[in-house]
Design a protein around this ligand. Structure first.
Ligand SMILES: C[S@@+](CC[C@H](N)C(=O)[O-])C[C@H]1O[C@@H](n2cnc3c(N)ncnc32)[C@H](O)[C@@H]1O
Length: 328
């Protein structure tokens, strides 16, 4: 079955497998990098609107299995509708949870070895465009930003704090550190002081106005993006989750299996690059007595970025960096 016969997709020549929920980035490159055995067991750790998963299912043989995981109920609901026939045919299992807990999520399903993991990090267009989720500075909404909300029991960080609670309860120093660490914001101290002076803040537009007031007009757009990124990364513990998912992939992937990671900012990409090189976040390769590398992954090819045509069709793809590695 090709994607044209699935529900939810958009007829979009430039962006294959796009839906109204999300347009998958570097879709063909990701599937090419992931599939080493077309009859294998694969995991999409960031299912979203199911675009990459749909492309993967089209590429794989009928006896292959795909597990699609997401932290977000809305992604699970959309992808379950879109990929209903693949679920019914038994080729796809959709699982709600954090890919950080990959081993715990897959073990009860009888899966102890996989042929590849794909992660397309960050947020979906649907999350960004939904004002009620609070991810975007250009849409009025409550300062929430949780990918997963506590009212559901999935074993995924039941204690995630919303962005509003984080902003209103943190010390000025903690806020400044957070903006610097997770947003690489050079004016972190000044913005943190402005936030503390304006608290309590409840909406995305209130926060955006405070940031605009704290930085020169020429830097407004960049600072807004960095501040909102920093809060989102902190609220969802994204870097911790990424590191845990990489470690789980190392445990689960068979030798010769693949890891495909798409990162959207330098903090994520640095973790991925180092992990693929050394098997940890130092990037320093350990060697045996004979000088042979002891790393669990071997990077394949160079980092891939979307071409001009993809960025023109989908501007949100512009910061994407895709890396592929093979399990040694
Ligand atoms: C960029 S979107 C993925 C879009 C997807 N590739 C597609 O083609 O539609 C990222 C998705 O991953 C989810 N996500 C991010 N980090 C996650 C994690 N650690 N575990 C599970 N889901 C995660 C988000 O909720 C979001 O739905």
């Amino acid at each position: 079955m090709t994607d044209a016969s699935r529900g939810g997709q958009r007829a979009d020549g430039e962006l294959p497998y796009a839906s109204d929920y999300h347009a998958p980035v570097l879709c063909k490159t990701a599937v090419d990098g992931l599939v080493a055995d077309s009859g294998g067991v694969y995991v999409d750790g960031t299912l979203g609107g199911g675009g990459h998963t749909a492309a993967l299912l089209d590429r794989l043989d009928d006896n292959a299995t795909v597990f699609g995981i997401d932290r977000d109920d809305e992604a699970i609901a959309f992808a379950s509708r879109r990929l209903d026939r693949d679920i019914k045919s038994g080729r796809l299992r959709i699982v709600r949870g954090n890919a950080a807990n990959l081993v715990e999520l897959l073990t009860p399903l009888g899966v102890s070895r996989i042929d590849g993991l794909l992660m397309d990090l960050g947020v979906s267009s649907h999350q960004l465009d939904s004002p009620g989720r609070g991810f975007s500075h250009s849409r009025e909404g409550v300062l929430d930003m949780r990918m997963h909300r506590a009212e559901h029991d999935s074993g995924d960080d039941p204690d995630l704090t919303s962005a509003g609670d984080l902003i209103n309860a943190s010390t000025e120093r903690a806020l400044s550190n957070l903006l610097r660490m997770f947003g690489e914001e050079p004016r972190a101290r000044r913005i943190a002081a402005a936030i503390v002076a304006a608290r309590p803040l409840h909406t995305t537009t209130e926060l955006a106005d405070v940031v605009r007031g704290a930085v020169p007009r020429t830097d407004e757009a960049k600072s807004l993006a960095r501040v909102f990124q920093a809060l989102r990364v902190a609220v969802n513990r994204e870097l911790e989750s990424l590191e845990a998912a990489l470690a789980a992939a190392t445990d689960l992937t068979r030798p010769g299996g693949r890891l495909v990671m798409i990162a959207y900012h330098s903090l994520e990409d640095r973790i991925v690059k180092r992990y693929m090189r050394s098997g940890d976040t130092t990037g320093v390769v350990r060697r045996d007595l004979y000088g042979n590398a002891l790393a669990p992954w071997r990077p394949l090819g160079r980092v891939v970025k979307p071409d001009a045509a993809e960025v023109a069709a989908n501007p949100r793809a512009r910061s994407a960096r895709l890396r592929v590695a093979e399990r040694t």
